[in-house]
Design a protein around this ligand. Structure first.
Ligand SMILES: [Zn+2]
Length: 301
């Protein structure tokens, strides 16, 4: 399994900032120590031209040059710095690299960060500068590696930016299961949305996922999938509001894996959110996702 990491491009945050930046380094270390069948690679930066597949040139310019308004700055939730721009470009580059690797090997590949699904075409929001999945989906089409792409977003928060950017694009299908009462409080329309009540447990989650996958089957025939495997559906997550156990999350990943394998779908995976008080829990959940896809190669060739 090819994995792409960006944790060494550090995004400087003030002390006590609630974004768990350290989880990315911990995840890479854990994989490096325990999963010998995972190759760790540094991705290139996403270029302005690549970013423009999903973002307006004026927004890219404002973000790259540090010209965001104070309102935009607040919506993003990170202080601007040149290092933040580098990190955001690399993280989008990692999703691009994972997509290319998955499609080249007709198997799976993973970005050990990414899933910045709250970024819109012309604005940043919710810790997300660039919408890595929208950029990568469009680029895979432009490079003629894939035609019909499914974005399966199982982060607990709706991928509002992704849904908005791709709303009128019939060649990319956006599907989301998220907390109905969670951020973003004004939801966008994905091609398929399931909003879950607070406190949804393992069984409720599995039922929703089976329902979602069945509906995708009846509406879209993808040749490639990008999977946002958010860790924030976990019961102990600070921002999740759901009640899915670690075993329940492994079951989620297994269902997605089996569904992809049965349909011979290459899969690129992005990690998405995870905000446990005990950061080790978040890292363990992300690790389990990587380990599952590494252990059972999709091997579709
Ligand atoms: Zn999230």
């Amino acid at each position: 399994l090819e994995a792409f990491y960006t944790d060494h491009f550090v995004l400087p945050l003030p002390p006590g900032h609630r974004f768990p930046m350290s989880k990315y380094r911990m995840l890479r270390d854990k994989i490096s120590a325990a999963l010998t069948n995972v190759t760790l690679n540094e991705p290139p930066e996403a270029s302005d031209g690549q970013l423009a597949l999903a973002h307006t040139p004026s927004y890219i310019d404002r973000l790259v040059e540090g010209k965001l308004s104070s309102l935009e700055q607040r919506a993003l939730g990170f202080p601007w710095s040149p290092a933040m721009v580098v990190r955001s470009r690399r993280s989008t580059g990692a999703t691009i690299a994972a997509c290319r690797a998955a499609l080249a090997s007709r198997s799976s590949a993973v970005n050990l960060a990414g899933g910045t699904h709250h970024a819109f075409a012309d604005r940043a929001e919710g810790f997300c500068c660039f919408n890595d999945v929208a950029v990568a989906a469009r680029l895979m089409q432009a490079e003629r590696r894939a035609k019909r792409i499914l974005i399966l977003d199982l982060d607990v928060h709706q991928g509002n930016g992704t849904a908005n950017i791709l709303a009128n694009d019939d060649s990319v299908f956006t599907a989301s299961i998220h907390g109905a009462n969670n951020y973003p409080f004004r939801k966008e329309l994905s091609h398929l949305d399931i909003g879950l009540p607070d406190g949804t447990d393992d069984l409720g989650y599995e039922a929703a996922l089976n329902q979602l996958l069945a509906q995708i089957d009846s509406r879209f025939n993808p040749d490639f999938m990008i999977y946002l495997a958010g860790a924030d559906i976990y019961i102990k997550d600070r921002l999740g509001k759901l009640a899915v156990s670690i075993d329940g999350i492994s079951r989620r990943d297994q269902l997605v894996f089996d569904w992809a394998k049965q349909r011979a779908l290459p899969v690129a995976i992005a990690m998405g959110g995870g905000y446990c008080p005990q950061i080790d829990d978040t890292v363990q959940i992300h690790f389990n996702t990587v380990a599952l896809f590494a252990k059972y190669s999709l091997d579709l060739s």
